[in-house]
Design a protein around this ligand. Structure first.
Ligand code: F0G
Length: 402
């Protein structure tokens, strides 16, 4: 069965909502768990204990394809003619590729103007999505698209769509498969709209109910410091799942204050530049089930981790590196032990945001990074400028290769 070649649908018994002949698949989720001692050393872990789930290898270059195959399938089942999403870039690239390949529906994407890395914008345009650049940020775009979809009867593909999260459960199944179903001590994931963290919690709770695992790993969700709503609410103010009744007054007061100060998300990790995560409550459930912790990481530390990940051969975009930077922080704090087995999710491919990478390595050409306080480098690999002259080039080559 061709569905068994999809890293998502080969687990379809664990989310049986679609008949086989309706499934829209482009071979997503063919990602495997990999080990890295070089990056493990940076995190502070012993040999063999750091694993990376490299979701950048999906067809559109991010983990979103795990969910979008499921949402596209459901869109087909209900006969949707138009699908839409708001996006910091990856969701839109993913939705656009599914629409392009399947030809089943048209796509409208809402992005905050100037808030999307060019690698991702280029994908939406190239795959033929109709793109609306809103003069605002992701939080504004998501609010608008939700209202538009409701009014216009358009199929919504953000992670409020429960079918998206069903597909994203497969990331957990593949991780466990990679570990021969031995549960790791920690799963560390970047947090933006909190769809992944929610899907992971759901997957793990269900696997335990089914008796496929007997204990749950601990879950660490990592915010960028400039987009840290979950960190503020969970870690600083003690907001908890509370049996399905998280403190609404606390959340309302938080957002009222945010609006009063007109506080906007602001991070170089543009994929997670989000202040109003729609899956907040579901994520609290996951944190509750998995003895979760939440941390925030400054942009400079995210980019340092990204450089180490790159040098280790797993290029990723800034938001993805938050997982490794978060694991390092938790290790320093003694929350993660030196002998713990840790899985970090690398959510998006390095090519998504070349500006961030080149900016990091060629600091003098990146005022944007300097403006955000990123001045030091753990690993800087600037290009060497040399004249178009054989002897001068040979001189440099000898020096560099000695
Ligand atoms: N990493 C990457 C590369 C992302 O693109 C996103 C989300 C996240 C992490 C956060 O995941 O929302 O499940 O907590 N990107 C969305 C988008 C918002 O529009 O592409 P989450």
């Amino acid at each position: 069965n061709p569905l068994d070649f999809s890293g998502v649908w080969r687990f379809r018994e664990l989310f049986p909502f679609a008949p086989d002949d309706q499934i829209v698949t482009i071979g997503e989720g063919q990602t495997i768990l990999q080990q890295s001692d070089a990056i493990g050393k940076y995190v502070g872990l012993k040999h063999g204990l750091l694993h990376l789930q490299y979701e950048g290898l999906n067809p559109s270059g991010s983990f979103k394809d795990n969910g979008m195959t499921a949402a596209s399938t459901h869109a087909r089942m209900v006969g949707a003619k138009v699908a839409a999403c708001a996006s910091t870039g990856n969701t839109s690239a993913s939705l656009a590729i599914y629409a392009g390949v399947s030809g089943l529906f048209k796509v409208l994407v809402f992005v905050g103007s100037g808030k999307i890395a060019y690698g991702k914008l280029s994908q939406a345009l190239d795959y033929g999505a109709m793109t609306l650049q809103i003069k605002g940020d992701f939080d504004d775009a998501l609010k608008q698209v939700r209202d538009v979809c409701q009014q216009a009867g358009i199929y919504l593909c953000n992670s409020v769509n429960p079918f998206r999260l069903e597909g994203q459960k497969s990331i957990i199944f593949r991780i466990l498969e990679g570990l021969r179903w031995e549960v790791p001590d920690w799963i560390v994931v970047p947090g933006g709209n909190l769809g992944n963290a929610s899907a992971f919690g759901k997957a793990l709770i269900e696997l335990k109910h089914l008796g496929l695992i007997s204990e749950l790993p601990r879950l660490a969700v990592i915010n960028a410091a400039g987009a840290n709503t979950l960190y503020e609410l969970y870690d600083r103010r003690g907001l908890r799942w509370n049996g399905g009744r998280p403190d609404q007054t606390l959340m309302d007061a938080f957002y009222t204050d945010m609006d009063a100060r007109n506080r906007r998300a602001n991070t170089l990790a543009s994929a997670i530049e989000i202040n109003r995560p729609v899956n907040l409550k579901k994520c609290l459930r996951a944190l509750d089930a998995c003895q979760g912790v939440v941390r925030e990481i400054a942009d400079g530390d995210i980019l340092d981790a990204k450089a180490i990940i790159g040098a280790g051969g797993f290029g990723c975009e800034p938001a993805s590196a938050a997982s490794v930077a978060g694991a390092k922080l938790l290790r320093q704090q003694g929350v993660i032990g030196a002998s713990d087995r840790v899985v970090c999710i690398l959510t998006g491919h390095q090519l998504k945001d070349p500006d961030a990478t080149v900016g990091y390595h060629a600091v003098e050409e990146s005022p944007k990074l300097v403006e955000k306080g990123v001045t030091r480098r753990v690993f800087q690999n600037s290009p060497v400028v040399v004249e178009n002259d054989f002897d001068r080039i040979m001189e440099v080559v000898r020096r560099m290769s000695s």
